[in-house]
Design a protein around this ligand. Structure first.
Ligand code: SF4
Ligand code: SF4
Length: 80
C-alpha cells in the first residue's frame, strides 16, 4: 500500500518563493498565478493531494516554516 499524505500551507506566511514546488517529486504543489496573500505574495497551492506521500521535502525546504505534512493512516492524520 502506498503512503498517503496531506499538507497544510499557512498562506499568510508563504512568500511565493517556489522552493516547495521545485522540491516536490510528485508535483503536488504549484505557485498560483492569480492568488495572493495580504502581503501580495503569490501563494503555494496543494494541487495534487492524491499524489502526496507525506515525504516532508516541502516542509524542510520552506524557509518560512509555512508547511506542515501529515501521514494519513486509516483515513486519519498523523503528523509527519
Ligand atoms: S510532503 Fe512530499 S509529496 Fe507531499 S507535497 Fe510535500 S514534497 Fe510533495
Ligand atoms: S517554500 Fe514556503 S514560502 Fe516558499 S512558496 Fe512554498 S510554502 Fe511558500
Amino acid at each position: 500500500m502506498s503512503r498517503k499524505g496531506e499538507i497544510v500551507i499557512d498562506e499568510e506566511n508563504c512568500m511565493g518563493c517556489g522552493y516547495c514546488e521545485i522540491h516536490c517529486a510528485k508535483e503536488c504543489i504549484e505557485i498560483a498565478k492569480n492568488k495572493f496573500n495580504v502581503e501580495g505574495y503569490p501563494l503555494a497551492v496543494f494541487v495534487r493531494p492524491q499524489d502526496c506521500t507525506a515525504c516532508g521535502n516541502c516542509v524542510i525546504m520552506c524557509p518560512q516554516f509555512a508547511i506542515e505534512a501529515y501521514l494519513l493512516v486509516g483515513g486519519e492524520e498523523r503528523r509527519n
